[in-house]
Design a protein around this ligand. Sequence first.
Ligand SMILES: Nc1nc2c(ncn2[C@@H]2O[C@H](COP(=O)(O)OP(=O)(O)OP(=O)(O)O)[C@@H](O)[C@H]2O)c(=O)[nH]1
Ligand SMILES: [Mg+2]
Length: 554
Amino acid sequence: MPQSSFTTPEFAQRLAAISTEIKQPICAFANRRGQVIRIGLGTPNQAKIPPLELPRYGDERLCGLRCISTSLKREPPTLADLTAMAMQRLDTLVVLTLNESGSGHVDRAYTAHLLPNTHADTDQAWQVSPPMSLDAIAKQDFLDLVIGLEEEFKREFVAQVVEESQDRVILAGLVEDRPNKDSNRVLPPPQVSLQTGKAMPYSLMELSQLVESAGGVVLDMLWQKRDRPQPQTVLGEGKVQELAIAAQTQRANLIVFDRELSPSQSRNLERQIGVRVSDRTEVILDIFAQRAQSAAGKLQVELAQLEYRLPRLSGRGQEFSRLGGGIGTRGPGETKLESDRRVIQKRITHLQQQVNQLQDQRARVRQRRIDREVPTVAIVGYTNAGKSTLLNALTKSDVFAANKLFATLDPTTRRLNLSVEDPKDSEQERKSCMVLMTDTVGFIHELPPSLMDAFRATLEEVTEADALLHVVDASHPAWEAQVAAVDRILKEMPITVGPTLMVFNKTDRVSDADLMEIEAKYPDAILISAIHRQGLDMLCQAIVPLVRYAVGEF
Ligand SMILES: Nc1nc2c(ncn2[C@@H]2O[C@H](COP(=O)(O)OP(=O)(O)OP(=O)(O)O)[C@@H](O)[C@H]2O)c(=O)[nH]1
Ligand SMILES: [Mg+2]
């Protein structure tokens, strides 16, 4: 075919005749020089070329192939065919509809091509022509169109790389529809009703908060109920196809699953969907990487990230590699995330030694505290429960508190002076008693094991404390599941934790009826609103006997 036309009438008629004879749609793929390099049987969706076999692949340009296809139906290109065009980044798609008389002639033809973002007022990823005659199509300049489009894609790409700190994310989840055999695992309720009246799986609600905390934008979420995950792709074939369509039409650059994916699952999914696929663990690691401030925090995050990456190195992500940052590509501090297996292994060993040293160092600091006989209280709880806000309210300090998951990574210790009535003192004179309060990293259900391990030095602050305050966000729809998740993590710690006082926070956002229910279930708990400084006196009064009990004064 001549370089500059979509197709010629002769070529189109010939393709139509073959298609009529074999009673099947056909796709012919031609390169920029007009040479047909591949023929596929079936619709453009059925005949699509896997990303790795395309001449080139990437956001900044088209793939260098156009597809000329026949259709037995007299219909414009289907959504599936257009999505296939978008996934392969075809130069153009031509659909020839056949005359229904069976004469083998082309009835009419459509052309379609991708649109750059700048045309996105309509939110359309592509443009489809009205039905045209073959002569009209032959007269249009193909090369002109494609070169013009590519220039725009390239301009956009350059602009994006500069401002692309924000990932455009679609969430994917699996709701396992079977009784949980493992009775030790208390799972959150599968559905959470939102104020909007819409119900969504709890795992996706939390995942969207995680993605936003990591700096991504959630465009959409899809989930599927299944007995068990599909071994290769977690979700079924139809759902994966749906994800691919959603990703292409909404211009997402990242899919995040609500569970940890095996290395081969993420590879399979990336191959089928055509954009980078990530998982909950990687998002959590990414948040930690962004938040780590202290040398100790950075050290532990890097260790966890490398342990996560090591088994996932082979062949992954090459075709989707990009210049900018984004979820999963950030490392702590100045350290560049390595991609060489041997280098990583060496670095992991080195980091593990440093974490061990850190553990010793922390142990010495704690020993000094014990020697000084100042009791310690650690504030624990699910992430975003209000732990830092509580520490600030009690000790008038200004630890960073924010409506983000994992706002706190590094433990902070502050002194708290409690004025108490000494029960032994008959004159009811008020005495002051000092405790050290430590704010810690928040917990989350199914905390990635590599993080648990890497953060053992930080988590020891919890196990070594004389007593714990377990802060609960009472206004959270799934607070009971969160309490269970925290209890489970505490139970898994190598050393038994001290006595724990339950503290229900954010009571300002809870109805009286719900508060009464909490009081009935947890009669010893203290109800507070850290932000409005309500219930803090009660809390201080409760801390004293707790600590005295813990250090054996009673
Ligand atoms: N309405 C209400 N909001 C609160 C209260 N206490 C804390 N918050 C809000 O809850 C959010 C989380 O507070 P943080 O203190 O950062 O929570 P955290 O437990 O330290 O969270 P991480 O460090 O991320 O694990 C912030 O937006 C606070 O303003 C409260 O009593 N009432
Ligand atoms: Mg905090």
